[in-house]
Design a protein. Structure first.
Length: 405
């Protein structure tokens, strides 16, 4: 038998046992769907996180009033972390350190906001103009302008905050909204960032830093600052500046390096932390993929073993009329390969369809060529490998014994 004859015979065999074949295909389909969906969502999450991290330039740092590096840990994660407060004097001390180009202060609070007859409770950020300038590549003005430090009772809204926060009533530049009962004039609306991980940023509400004292007076201590953003000079030694900031704040807060109540986060620290989280995510996804591979492979192997048992007499006839062990082996491997290819195509199409539906609910995904290749390699390799052992078993059957079966 030549290869074309073997292939045609394999196709006829699969058609004659269509129900069993389709059940096996379903096992491969499930495995491929799992790979495509999980790998694409993982790629999408990593892509969007990377894009957002690009807004945090290498020469930038953030100071927050919690010691992330010194958190006590158990098998289940952080138990506790030293927390403190940042104050205006901390910001002034940092701005005086050589190599610091600018600092931006930010305060935060949840307050009632009203536009016409619609009211919500939403987070509001009181920031310096320099804070906005540091992140202006990420928060881009779409309409109007950004406010200046000397202005009062003006507000800049994120795109979704302006267009969706108050239902059908869209807020435009020049409108007045009430924040904690005080009239604020809208001077700018940001462009929509539009990624699935930027929902909070598209709903951002910015007011001048000094207005924050009025809005959040009951939530913050006098001269307290929620966060300090730092931009260093180009070419400056970031690690050296970080250490200088830590020394000053340790002295101001009357604490020690081991018990400090703040953290200075650099771009490298943030990327390293995010990278660790993504590595754990990838390992978890790899485990799921391996399980899916095993399940799919067992399904194919089971079908091929059953085919050998059911077609013992048929194999005997083929060998009696001159079919070689190679012909029999090729026949079963081709059958398993066809099952794998069919399962791969169907699984890929269904997987992409599920991802498109998930995308409607803001789930990030990115179907890369390597994901498609992985799906086909998985379906083909698993099927062929799973079919090889039963194929060899069939090929080694004694024709006389097989005819008796």
């Amino acid at each position: 038998m030549n290869l074309l004859d073997v292939f045609a015979y394999s196709v006829r065999s699969l058609r004659s046992s269509s129900l069993r074949s389709m059940l096996t295909v379903i096992g491969v389909v499930v495995g491929v769907i799992t790979i495509v969906v999980i790998a694409s969502i993982s790629e999408g999450v990593q892509r969007e996180i990377t894009q957002q991290l690009e807004s945090f330039k290498p020469n930038m740092m953030i100071v927050i009033p919690i010691n992330l590096e010194g958190s006590a840990r158990s098998f289940t994660g952080p138990i506790s972390a030293a927390t403190g407060k940042l104050y205006q004097r901390d910001a002034e001390a940092i701005s005086a350190i050589p190599g610091v180009r600018s600092i931006g202060r930010a305060n935060y609070g949840r307050v009632p906001i009203t536009f016409k007859d619609k009211g919500v409770i939403a987070p509001v950020y009181a920031i310096d103009r320099s804070y906005y300038d540091q992140y202006s590549d990420y928060f881009k003005i779409g309409e109007g302008r950004m406010f200046e430090d000397w202005e009062k009772h003006v507000v800049v809204l994120g795109n979704d905050a302006a267009k969706k926060m108050f239902g059908r009533q869209e807020v435009r530049v020049g409108n007045v909204i009430k924040i904690n009962g005080i009239d604020y004039r809208v001077v700018g609306v940001l462009e929509r960032i539009g990624t699935s991980l930027s929902e909070q940023d598209d709903n951002v509400i910015f007011v001048p830093f000094d207005d924050g004292n009025e809005l959040f007076g009951g939530q913050l201590a006098k001269n307290e600052i929620f966060m300090i953003s730092i931009e260093a000079d180009e070419g400056a030694d970031i690690q050296e500046i970080k250490e200088a900031i830590e020394r000053k704040l340790i002295a101001y807060h009357k604490t020690t390096a081991d018990e400090k109540d703040f953290s200075v986060m650099t771009a490298d620290y943030i990327k390293e932390t995010v990278g660790s989280i993504l590595s754990i995510l990838n390992l978890s996804l790899l485990a799921v993929t391996i399980i899916a591979s095993i399940v799919g492979g067992i399904g194919v192997a089971n079908t091929m073993f059953m085919a050998v048992l059911e077609r013992t007499r048929e194999i005997g006839v083929l060998k009696a009329i001159g079919a070689t062990e190679r012909d029999i082996t090729s026949m079963f491997i081709i059958e398993s390969g066809i099952i794998g290819l069919l399962g791969g195509v169907i699984g890929l199409l269904i997987g992409i369809g599920l991802l498109e539906v998930a995308g409607l609910f803001a789930v990030p995904f990115w179907v890369r060529l390597r994901v498609i290749a992985l799906a086909f390699v998985f379906s083909a390799v698993i099927s062929v490998v799973a079919g090889y052992v039963p194929a060899r078993q069939a090929a080694k059957l004694d024709p006389v014994e097989a005819l008796r079966g």
